[in-house]
Design a binder for this molecule. Structure first.
Ligand code: MOS
Length: 737
């Protein structure tokens, strides 16, 4: 069988979202839409100090309040297990296991009542006294524990010191990014229902199987007795990658009261309960020849992490993997603070590190008097800088060329402050992105029914990215059916195993599993008719056939064909099913470095130099995402990512009070994100071709959309004003005259 990528167009049809009618009519049920007879409601009590211990906790008033069913604290909670170690690191520790407070907002009690209002009122009546100790809240606090090389990902190649000694030009800068909070629109919600020893959980998760495995380990029950459902999730941005303590508390509460329980986090609780992008300080130093050849890079990153939990954020690593440079050293450290645990947020690590790297390159270009685009082209990595292997695909040059052409980069006058539009200073900036590939094993099952329809499923999630739609398209193509005849199912842990919707890796992992399941299904049909005298396909091998219009055809003689439905009918079958299992492509086996997505981002900004106003006027994103399954959903992904990137660059800043550790802006009234008026027309173009590492040929097009905007905007600001912004977000006070 030829791979799909060889036969299909690079850009798939712009099919409307198959789940759109359900969503706009309110028939798509999100986790907090579920109710059961006898449903009780939970509310959390959160610590109001950042470090210390609970000296007393008085629940008597709360327990006596109307409608209250139970109040669980560390004094009454059972001992709980811990969830599994995953590719993303360990699971968060279970809540309410002792009297220690490690961060502001830590859950210290859960209250269950007949209504949400009763639960919240009762939660306000829980009286907690604390013994406070000094909170560690500052990355520079000398008392804080420093974890060096936390992921064993520090890199070193060549001779960095000799490289700098030989450099004609050296630039060095310290770049900082603040805490950011994921804030999916859908408040994260859990509904837990025990029926005897079996448990059903509706949850805002990006990874149903992880919730199932975690709950099995924590409550010491078999996985087979647990079903986790998440057919619709109101966004994730990484907040749903881990199973956080509030899910455990809801399940515990439901067991305790013997009724189904629902917990919907409040927006302020979202800021302390489900992870955030950590604060980072990055010292990046680049050395180059006068001609602009990079000869040395030294990148050092420090990020905050929680006292007793972990998070994966190798912020300096991008400096080792993005450009051809013989002498490179990258190092990462984490500093343990009394903060809510950071977690993956929209391009974790890349979102921070790329700002440092692509800003430093702009500084280098400026020092060299070289066009920043030319500098990047000059240092293009023809092969993977880490392994030296050829890329499975890499159209970054095409991203530069097509993006620059679309943007009109050549009309940029390199002189600082030289371009104007009325009273506005105009700046052009760019940044590149080399997003790492992430793929993990995945399974899917495909069934063809007697009525000619197909049902394909996997326990994946669609967090708004379009998974339902692109998998429907892919299955339709692999089976030769019209998309309207295919139903795709997901968000149910009873379905075949799927990894998380994260790391921009699901479309690849799941797409290949779906493709393999569908191809195997076609093989099953051929097996059925192998000795079938009545079939024109008798004796045909999978390599001999193609599929279209609900039929299998002999490729060499397309008139010889048979419909799936006829084969099923003749064999007295209601349906036929097959499983597919994708495994991550192996670079050694392929002799290729498995490439992630690439991108070039071109930005025009306008600045009012008197008022410090900054406006993004235009953005062109040129993306190599490998094979694009659906032009519309892929483009929406990049558009959404671009909004997130503008948001990171200019707005988002989770402000922690340095005295108490309280997050001071934990509402949508105070935490800034862009509104429509902040976002200009966003131009997205896809370049490149199907990636060679997998049969389907896709690469992730999620996070590559966000990365690069912060640096491109900051670089444009420099072009307009001569101000070098090394600290996000870019605020008015940094730009005023
Ligand atoms: Mo993402 S931050 O891998 O959901």
């Amino acid at each position: 069988m030829s791979t799909i990528a060889e036969r299909a167009p690079v850009i798939g049809a712009a099919l409307d979202r198959v789940d759109a009618p359900l969503k706009v009519t309110g028939s798509a049920h999100y986790p907090n839409d579920f109710a059961y007879p006898g449903l009780a409601h939970a509310a959390l009590v959160r610590a109001t100090i950042a470090a210390g211990r609970i000296s007393t906790i008085d629940t008597s008033q709360a327990e006596a309040a109307p409608g209250v069913l139970t109040v669980i604290t560390h004094l009454t909670a059972p001992q709980l297990g811990r969830g599994p170690m995953t590719l993303l690191g360990p699971s968060p520790p279970a809540p309410l296991q002792d009297d220690r407070i490690l961060h502001y907002g830590q859950h210290v009690a859960i209250v269950v009542a007949d209504t949400t209002e009763q639960a919240r009122h009762a939660a306000s009546l829980v009286r907690v006294r604390y013994e406070t100790t000094d909170a560690l809240l500052d990355l520079d606090d000398p008392r804080a524990e420093v974890v060096t090389n936390p992921w064993n990902l520090d890199t070193e190649r060549g001779d960095v010191d000799a490289g700098f000694a030989a450099a004609d030009v050296v630039v060095e800068g310290t770049y900082t990014t603040p805490d950011n909070t994921n804030n999916p629109l859908g408040l994260m919600s859990t509904v837990a229902l025990w029926q005897g020893d079996s448990l059903t959980v509706h949850d805002s998760t990006q990874w149903p199987h992880n919730v199932r495995t975690s709950l099995a380990q924590i409550f010491k029950i078999p996985e087979s007795g647990i079903r986790v459902l998440a057919p619709y999730v109101g966004g994730g941005f990484g907040a749903g990658l881990r199973m956080w303590p509030h899910v455990i508390l809801t399940v515990l509460a439901a067991r305790e009261v013997g009724r189904p329980v629902k917990l919907v986090l409040t927006r302020p609780e979202m800021f302390t309960s489900v992870g955030h992008r950590p604060h980072s300080v990055m010292r990046f130093k680049l050395g180059a020849t006068r001609d602009g050849d990079l000869v040395a890079i030294d990148a050092d990153g420090v990020s905050s992490v929680a006292m007793e939990d972990d998070d994966y954020e190798p912020v300096s690593l991008c400096a080792a993997v993005s450009y051809a440079c013989p002498n490179v050293r990258t190092r990462d450290r984490q500093v343990r603070l009394n903060i809510p645990c950071p977690g993956s947020m929209r391009a974790p690590a890349e979102g921070q590190g790329n700002f440092a790297l692509e800003s430093a390159l702009d500084e280098l270009a400026h020092s060299l008097g070289m066009d920043p685009l030319e500098l990047r082209l000059r240092n293009f990595a023809d092969v993977d800088p880490l392994s030296g292997l050829p890329w499975s695909s890499n159209a970054l040059r095409e991203c530069y060329e097509r993006g620059a052409e679309r943007f009109g980069w050549t009309s940029r006058n390199p002189e600082i402050g030289s371009m104007r539009e009325g009273r506005w200073l105009v700046g052009y900036g760019l940044a590149a992105v080399s997003y790492p590939a992430y793929q993990v094993p995945c399974q899917a099952r495909a069934s063809l029914h007697r009525d000619g329809s197909a049902f394909v499923r996997s326990a994946a999630t669609d967090i708004g990215t379009g998974t339902y739609t692109v998998m429907t398209q892919l299955a339709a193509e692999s089976l030769g059916l019209d998309a309207s005849r295919v139903r795709f199912g997901l968000g149910d842990s009873d379905m075949p195993y799927s990894p998380q919707a994260g790391g921009s890796g699901l479309t690849g992992a799941l797409g290949n599993a779906v493709h393999l399941a569908c191809r195997r299904l076609v093989s099953e049909f051929l097996d059925l008719v192998r000795d079938d005298a009545g079939s024109p396909l008798r004796g045909a091998k999978p390599d001999d056939v193609t599929v279209s219009q609900g039929r299998i055809h002999l490729t060499g003689d397309p008139a010889r064909s048979e419909a799936y439905t006829d084969i099923l009918a003749r064999h007295g079958l209601e349906e036929l099913s097959a499983d597919g299992r994708s495994t991550p492509p192996q670079p050694e086996q392929l002799g290729m470095a498995v490439a992630g997505a690439f991108g070039a981002k071109f930005v025009e900004v306008r600045i009012d130099p008197d008022l410090g106003l900054l406006r993004v006027a235009r953005v062109v994103s040129a993306i190599d995402g490998g094979r694009i399954l659906n032009a519309k959903t892929a483009s929406s992904q990049i558009t959404g990512g671009t909004v997130g990137g503008i948001s990171q660059a200019m707005f988002e800043d989770t402000a922690t009070d340095g005295e108490t550790g309280r997050i001071a802006n934990a509402t949508f009234g105070d935490y800034l994100i862009p509104v429509n008026a902040d976002i200009p027309d966003l131009d997205v173009i896809f370049v490149g071709e199907p990636d060679r590492a997998t049969p389907v040929g896709t690469k992730g097009v999620g996070e590559v959309g966000l990365v690069g905007l912060a640096a491109a905007i900051a670089n444009a600001v420099h072009h307009a004003t001569g101000r070098r912004i090394r600290s996000l977000p870019i605020t008015l006070d940094q730009l005023m005259r």
